[in-house]
Write a protein that binds this ligand. Structure first.
Ligand SMILES: Nc1nc2c(c(=O)[nH]1)N[C@H]1C(S)=C(S)[C@@H](COP(=O)(O)OP(=O)(O)OC[C@H]3O[C@@H](n4cnc5c(=O)[nH]c(N)nc54)[C@H](O)[C@@H]3O)O[C@H]1N2
Ligand SMILES: Nc1nc2c(c(=O)[nH]1)N[C@H]1C(S)=C(S)[C@@H](COP(=O)(O)OP(=O)(O)OC[C@H]3O[C@@H](n4cnc5c(=O)[nH]c(N)nc54)[C@H](O)[C@@H]3O)O[C@H]1N2
Ligand SMILES: [Mo]
Length: 888
């Protein structure tokens, strides 16, 4: 369409508004009630323009039409009058808000609108500062409703509403009471969209100007949100989600946006600690690195495999690269692993066996073109909130949703079908869904013939999984199973997203493989249409830690340790032979320690005593190991049990890269300086190597990335300068001119024969079983407010949002046990016991209970078992037989 704006012709696409046309002409007008991401209400009248001399209309809501003539400059007084009317209803201080946090102030300045002369006596409506992060000043509210729409349309939470009438209208929590007791999930979207500063956050209340802004990548979960951090001196004022072109598209969550208070915690370690006469005491860096170097040199000389390192999925790629290089090139062992072992190791193994590579198949943005989502064993509303919000938006826009989860999660409430299998029965459910696809003729036979192997064998196995049999194994009603299969099978472009409810099982890898079968049967992955198979990977850099080769059987870029050519490539770069024998996995490291074979264990950023299963035997392993070294920000339970502790910098205090859940390399930047005495993991590894007379080279993170690119063909085109210039890059990225590969397998699968491999895997029962002594089944997982061991989030105001761990109990079970909400309950398993507070909710099924593991005092992992995935050793955290009793 062609229109004229102040006499100039502009082109706009069909469906555009006058506002789009005004912007296309390079002009800007106030739009106080408008946010491009939100639905339009056209209530503030500040965007008035004149069309064809017919009088003013709201530009934001008026459709553009061919040939229209819009007068912008000539209608300036209409907009000015609208601004003036808004200001007249506000206290004069509304215009004292710094311009960088008030659109109203900026627009008034631009239009010469000032506070009304003389004292205007307005009723004082007061503030609601009850919430630790979201601060409401009702007197600055202009009732534009943007916050209410952002909450509903961006976050999908519906926590806010407008109350009052006429000039008295103001935002309020829908629940009526104080903000802190509302349904608010503290994502901050309302603060970001507020045009006046009525909604604000702690770092802005002092009205001081911002000095510096730094773009970085969030260091909590694997979504990898781009964040813009504003600082003043060495203090963080705000963390805002970055917009266009980012994975998070201007949205973030309570962790990335607000949970940075741990940085300044008085419990932050600032000096190395060395155990002397049984007690950890302060030591200089010189002393601590010298001590570690001497002990490690002696261990290496006796038996290199007497050493092992657990590298950190919280740390950068460059730090992980150095950690594995330290193990292999300095110590001479492949004993290196990372917490992917506890998490998505079955994804890496299962996806690689099926498709060829161990990462998710599609970029997250592909969700936009999917018409059905199969969400399995994942609760992104709590664990990957930006993903949860976007799935919710897709559903509101008409996509179908199937949720497979024993618990009624937030998205399960909004699903077309919610399947609630008994924990540990996924493989039966996935085979049952596949059975229905085959039976109903919903398989893509041309795709299967061209791109897959194993269909004959799979069909034979699937014959044994009719819905009725699956119902008896899993408890999922046969009709629901059929409905779910039809939704996935009849969609034009279905996508699978899944989480730990699939992987953390005795048969976790089988779960990943049988779930992947669905996408292959439908031809909804790779060369076919559709959204593929996407693990919602956990830690900020768990993908990267494995990519960098912090794995016992893989060198950087998933090159097999057993491959002589790959070893030779690394050996040439490292000027050191690479050990031939694959190393120990985390559970095997603990076993070796208990057996006396492991002489030193370096644990970088993992609180194994809190987060690994069966903590009693982990404690025994640490006690039996002669030298335990731990790098952490805080004296975690593991650090407290170590012999040497190195205090290190966090993600906000260092430079490097992370790889997010859809395989994007993204820059991480030093936003604030780490406290004095604290070093990066990168510097600590360098220092210890140097004291051992070894040279890790890679003087900077950029140099480490460059060396990694030289040894790993998968990342050959990745470098810091390129990421600076071009922004995020998806691997595989094989050369400096490769644009990266957001969507895998467009030309065919990456297996040796180029075919995807369907897996005929029978259902096998979980490792833990209930009996009369342990009659209830404990599921463990996440709560939105806290992160893993909680070491960071518990040291922020998130503690005011959730201050202790609870066990969720179904009302009938609670009644049978005589439990009331809030009672203290004791949980016993075959492995240990813990005391938690009861939360009574029918989000859990009868016979099942649920607990998080974010409070070390609650000792949830003393309950969980050593049972682990047969292929990868990933713990069966999701299935533990327990008994509950009232604790006095
Ligand atoms: N707030 C917050 N966010 C986090 C984290 C955190 O601790 N807190 N941790 C990060 C990390 S490391 C990870 S790995 C991710 C994890 O993210 P998710 O995988 O979403 O996390 P979980 O809550 O552990 O488990 C997901 C769901 O699996 C379900 N489930 C349990 N057993 C079964 C089963 O047998 N079958 C099926 N179908 N479902 C089952 C549970 O009921 C639960 O709702 O989150 C990341 N993000
Ligand atoms: N019961 C139960 N247990 C579970 C799970 C479950 O679902 N149920 N999930 C498992 C999963 S998926 C995971 S990933 C693990 C996570 O378990 P962990 O990796 O142990 O958990 P985190 O709390 O993320 O981080 C561990 C430590 O790293 C420190 N840290 C943070 N940043 C850095 C850094 O840059 N450098 C260094 N050196 N340290 C840093 C933190 O202070 C913290 O003490 O928990 C597992 N445990
Ligand atoms: Mo994880």
């Amino acid at each position: 369409m062609m229109l004229f704006v102040d006499g100039r012709s502009v082109e706009v696409p069909a469906g555009a508004t006058l506002l789009d046309a005004v912007r296309a002409a390079g002009l800007s007008i106030p739009t106080l009630c408008h946010d491009d991401r939100l639905s339009t209400v056209a209530s503030c009248r500040t965007c008035l323009v004149d069309i064809n001399g017919r009088g003013p209309v709201a530009a934001c809501s008026t459709p553009a039409a061919d040939g229209l003539r819009i007068a912008v400059e000539a209608s300036r007084d209409d907009r000015r009058a609208a601004l003036q009317a808004i200001v007249a209803g506000l206290p004069a201080r509304a215009l004292d808000v710094p311009a960088d946090r008030s659109e109203l102030v900026r627009q008034c300045a631009g239009h010469g609108v000032t506070a009304p002369a003389g004292a205007v006596l307005l009723p004082v409506r007061g503030k609601d500062h009850t919430h630790p992060y979201v601060k409401l000043d009702r007197d600055l509210c202009i009732a534009c409703g943007r916050c209410v729409r952002a909450c509903a349309e961006v976050q999908g939470t519906f926590a806010l509403t407008m109350v009052g009438r006429g000039a008295g209208t103001v935002v309020a929590p829908g629940t009526g009471g104080p903000w802190v007791e509302s349904d608010c999930v503290s994502c901050g979207a309302c603060v970001d969209t507020c045009p006046t500063g009525a909604l604000s956050e702690p770092g802005l209340l002092n009205m001081l100007p911002i000095e510096r802004q730094t773009m970085t990548t969030c260091g909590y979960c694997g979504v990898g949100c781009s964040l813009e951090v504003s600082t003043r001196g060495n203090e963080i004022m705000t963390v805002r989600p970055a917009g266009n072109g980012t994975v998070n598209r201007g949205h973030a969550c309570v962790k990335g946006r607000f949970a940075h208070g741990f940085l300044g915690s008085s419990e932050r370690l600032a000096t190395p600690l060395v155990r002397r006469n049984g007690t950890l005491s302060e030591a200089s860096w010189e002393e601590a690195t010298g001590y570690v170097a001497a002990r490690l040199a002696a261990i290496r000389d006796a038996d290199p495999d007497g050493f092992a390192v657990i590298s950190s999925a919280r740390a950068t790629n460059e730090e992980n690269y150095l950690a594995q290089k330290f193990a292999r090139a300095v110590m001479g062992t492949n004993n290196v692993d990372n917490c992917s072992r506890l998490c998505h190791a079955p994804s890496a193994a299962g996806l690689a066996a099926t498709f060829g590579l161990g990462g998710g198949t599609n970029p997250f943005d592909d969700l936009d073109r999917c018409d059905a989502v199969l969400l399995v064993g994942a609760n992104p509303t709590a664990a990957h909130p930006v993903v949860g919000a976007r799935i919710f938006q897709r559903v509101m826009d008409g996509a179908r949703l199937v949720v497979v989860d024993p618990r009624r999660t937030y998205l399960a409430r909004h699903a077309d079908v919610h399947l609630r299998p008994r924990p540990g029965t996924n493989v039966a459910v996935f085979n049952g869904l596949a059975h229905v696809l085959v039976r109903e003729g919903l398989v893509d036979t041309a795709f299967l013939a061209a791109h897959t192997a194993g269909y004959g064998e799979l069909r034979a196995l699937l014959a044994e999984y009719p819905p009725e049999r699956v119902a008896s194994i899993s408890g999922v009603p046969a009709d629901d199973l059929v409905r779910a299969a039809l939704i996935y099978g009849q969609a034009a472009a279905p996508a699978i997203f899944y989480g730990l409810g699939v992987t953390e099982h005795l048969h976790g890898t089988d779960g990943v493989r049988t779930l992947s079968n669905m996408a292959l049967l439908r031809g909804a992955v790779g060369p076919g249409a559709g959204g593929g198979v996407n693990p919602l990977r956990g830690q900020n850099n768990v993908q990267g830690a494995s990519d960098m080769g912090a794995l016992p059987d893989f060198l950087p870029g998933y090159q097999k340790v057993l491959d002589p050519a790959a070893r030779a490539r690394c050996a040439a770069a490292w000027r050191q032979d690479v050990p031939v024998r694959p190393g120990l996995r985390i559970p095997q490291m603990f076993e070796a320690a208990r057996d006396g074979a492991l002489k030193a264990l370096w644990i970088i950023g993992e609180d194994v005593l809190t987060t690994d299963p069966d903590s009693t035997s982990v404690r025994a392993a640490l006690a039996a190991c002669p030298l335990v070294i731990c790098n952490d920000l805080f004296l975690s339970a593991t650090a407290a049990a170590a012999d040497v502790v190195f205090p290190v910098a966090s993600w906000l205090e260092k430079d490097g890269t992370f790889v997010n859940f859809d395989r994007r390399f993204q820059r991480v930047r030093e936003v604030v300086a780490a406290p004095g005495g604290v070093r990066t993991d990168f510097a600590v590894l360098q220092a210890v190597a140097a004291r051992m007379g070894a040279d890790l080279r890679c003087a900077t993170p950029a140099a480490a990335m460059a060396e990694c690119a030289a040894v790993a063909p998968l990342f050959a085109g990745i470098s810091h300068p390129r990421l600076e210039r071009e922004g995020p890059l998806h691997w595989p990225c094989g050369s400096a001119d490769s644009p990266g590969t957001p969507r895998l397998y467009q030309e065919g699968f990456a297996t040796e024969d180029g075919l995807a491999h369907l897996a005929a895997k029978p259902y096998l029962p979980p490792g833990e079983q209930c009996d009369t002594e342990f009659p209830l089944l404990l599921i463990t997982g996440r709560r939105g407010e806290h992160y893993n061991s909680g070491s960071m989030t518990r040291r922020t105001a998130n503690l005011r949002l959730l201050d202790r761990e609870a066990v969720d109990v179904e009302p009938g079970d609670a009644a049978a046990l005589g439990l009331r909400d809030g009672d203290s309950v004791r949980l016993d398993s075959r492995h240990g016991s813990a005391v938690l507070r009861a939360a009574i909710t029918d989000d859990v099924e009868p016979g099942q209970v649920f607990a998080g593991f974010h409070f070390p005092g609650a000792a949830v992992n003393s309950l969980t078992s050593p049972v682990a995935d047969e292929v990868t050793g990933c713990p069966e955290y999701k299935v533990t037989a327990v008994r509950l009793s009232r604790a006095e």
